[in-house]
Write a protein that binds this ligand. Structure first.
Ligand code: FAD
Length: 217
């Protein structure tokens, strides 16, 4: 089925870390935090998918993306200016966050749907495990820290800094003796991250149907 795309405009674009951008555009419809948009610069092009990274009451949809150097869309998205046209779908997808003490697990731009959930007021009692390379790759870290405090766990194998687990997020998860089995685990990131995290969670007794994943391939 072909995705219907509607013309919209860029209301803000910011480079929040080297090669990593947020773009905002007017919000046309209601959505559930965790949903995504299909975007393109031209109705004839194959759109790419982006999680909405803003709260569901905000006036704008925000997306978060990194430039793929040989990519078809992202190098051109990064060149957009305020007022430029782009094409956007209805919000869709079923990676909805719940209201329990669930865990959120993300690496890189996989943090995007959790920014939406955070800004929608769903972060209370959540635990977030966030993997990144450098300090600048913990996008929106200050906001997560403010709400989640010690339940915001940063992991990086390339940083040696107090307060940050020195290793990949999969290593951090492997060190945990027991994981709560009654909550849900939301994972967002590359297919490799999702597979690796899912394996660890299952080994530690988390039921398969408590693992909900969004894969950015
Ligand atoms: C459900 C979902 C949600 C997503 N949400 C986000 C999000 O919130 N933020 C985000 O940043 N991304 C997200 N993505 C990924 C996003 O849709 C794009 O795939 C990504 O931004 C790259 O788009 P692109 O057109 O620049 O790259 P593409 O042209 O699609 O290329 C992707 C990669 O393949 C490589 N490549 C392309 N052509 C070739 C070739 N011929 N040979 C070898 N390598 C090649 C490129 O170097 C690049 O690294 C999501 C994906 C899915 C499925």
């Amino acid at each position: 089925m072909k995705t219907a795309l509607f013309e919209t405009i860029v209301t803000e674009i910011q480079e929040i870390a080297p090669g990593v951008f947020t773009i905002s555009m007017p919000r046309k419809e209601d959505f559930r935090p965790g949903q995504m948009l299909a975007l393109s610069l031209n109705k004839k092009e194959e759109p790419r998918l982006y999680s909405i990274a803003s709260g569901n009451k905000a006036k704008e949809y925000r997306i978060l993306f990194n430039i793929k150097s040989e990519g078809f869309l992202t190098p051109r998205l990064a060149e957009l200016k305020v007022g430029d046209k782009l094409y956007c779908s209805h919000p869709f997808g079923s990676f909805y966050g719940g209201n329990n003490a669930d865990w959120w697990i993300a690496a890189g731009t996989g943090i995007a749907p959790f920014i939406s959930m955070l800004e929608a007021g769903m972060a209370e009692s959540k635990t977030l495990i966030h993997g990144g390379r450098g300090l600048e790759s913990f996008y929106f870290a200050d906001r997560f820290k403010t709400i989640l405090n010690e339940k915001y766990i940063q992991c990086s194998s390339s940083l040696n800094k107090e307060g940050i687990y020195a290793g990949r997020l999969t290593e951090y998860l492997s060190t945990l003796e027991k994981l709560p089995a009654e909550i849900n685990y939301y994972i967002c990131g590359s297919s490799q991250l999702v597979v690796d995290v899912r394996d660890i969670l299952i080994q530690k007794g988390v039921p398969y149907n408590h693992i909900i994943a969004e894969i950015y391939f």
